[in-house]
Design a protein around this ligand. Sequence first.
Ligand code: ATP
Ligand code: MG
Length: 473
Amino acid sequence: MIPLTLAEVAQATGGKLHDVPDPQALVTGPVVHDSRQVVPGALFAAVVGERVDGHDFAGRAVAEGAVAVLASRPVGVPAVVVDDVVAGLSRLAHAVTARTAGTTVVGLTGSAGKTSTKDLIAQLLGGLGPTVYTEGSFNNEIGFPLTALKVADSTRFLVLEMGARHKGDIAHLTGIVRPSIGLVLNVGTAHIGEFGSREGIAEAKGEMVEALPPEGCAVLNADDPLVRAMAARTQARVLLFGESAEAQIRGEDVRLDASGRPGFTLVTPSGSAPVQLRLYGEHHVSNALAAAAVATECGMDVNQLAVALGEAGSLSRWRMELTDRPDGVTVINDAYNANPDSMRAALRALAAIGGRGPGARRTWAVLGEMRELGEDSLAEHDAVGRLAVRLDIATLVAVGGREAACMELGARNEGSWGEESVLVSDVDAAIALLREQVAPGDVVLVKASRSVGLERVAEALLADGVVSNGAGA
Ligand SMILES: Nc1ncnc2c1ncn2[C@@H]1O[C@H](COP(=O)(O)OP(=O)(O)OP(=O)(O)O)[C@@H](O)[C@H]1O
Ligand SMILES: [Mg+2]
């Protein structure tokens, strides 16, 4: 972090110093909310969580070298006392990032693919200069300011994932740290219950581009009409990405290679170049184009982009994570989350990995419910079951209740018979079935909404010693 005295921390947060012998003592960072992460020079934020109260760890944090504690009451050790620690963190993040004129802030949001895209952007921009970015999906009211507070004088890029559960969430975050490049990936149906409709979701996500300054850049998905329309809501310049003809950063001739990894021709104002991703699944094409657009805006040319995109791997787990067992069974763990688009992409990748003709491998799609789809839910589950059959997936194992039953019925109505589709009630039943029937050489995809917990299936299959192929995705 940028070094600040305790007096400056108090000023930035609107707090008061307590038990501080030297207001000029320097906080050099990091700012942490877990006392186990304290190092000398740190500021410890005493957050009150559901199970633990950070104030109980104030003494330990200072003993470990924290310069002071950001707290909501005096704690007997040096502290900056504020009304609300989380709000104090946000004010501090605001003050710190306002001082870093040399840092370009990139904000991104969307219904699906934020973390995957953020990880791609971080890898691309990392080639241009020191880059700070959200770890995993640490984008909540605590993770967001803590990430921003990692910026140092040398930081050239700060890449922030911004999630929205309610209207006003993105506006709140951009009020804390204002991006100059704002990316909106897509408007899907995640949390549609909260927002009422896809238009409601678009309304909320569009707050990203409303926050941009006139000299900034709104990076928008040309292939998603609700995102494309956000061009009217910003004073910033607009840069479009996608497969549509009007996209300035465009993917043409999209194809999957034999192992399910997408390739395409990247077309930019600086020319075009072939790109082959290491990530699995066609949905990453859109993510890669979005990342390429942001990196273009930051000064990368098409040849640099093609190389960097081809080298980029996954920095976050359970997203099309491919592992080969010693006996030749391949497990694709995509249990992080699921929506209709990513289900289709994952099934196509599975079919590509399985291959066709002599030498084809037996494919298993172990799929659970896609949550939060609202009124389209049953139709979407039916469509996934049908697609599995059309793609010639050998066996669909639908896991769960009504939605899973609907998926399995869709498969049967599309013409699956015998063992081509089965319905099991829960994760344990799926594990038992697979343990009994999966044979060397098979490929198993595991995917559902996060809360279904289907990663346990992948973990069980991999339990007996593994050889990772290293690429991840
Ligand atoms: N461009 C995309 N379109 C549709 N689905 C996608 C796309 N990119 C990723 N996904 C799917 O969404 C899941 C979550 O991906 P990722 O973690 O990148 O999204 P996220 O927006 O960060 O999610 P969260 O809201 O949980 O933070 C992946 O497992 C994948 O199935
Ligand atoms: Mg995320």
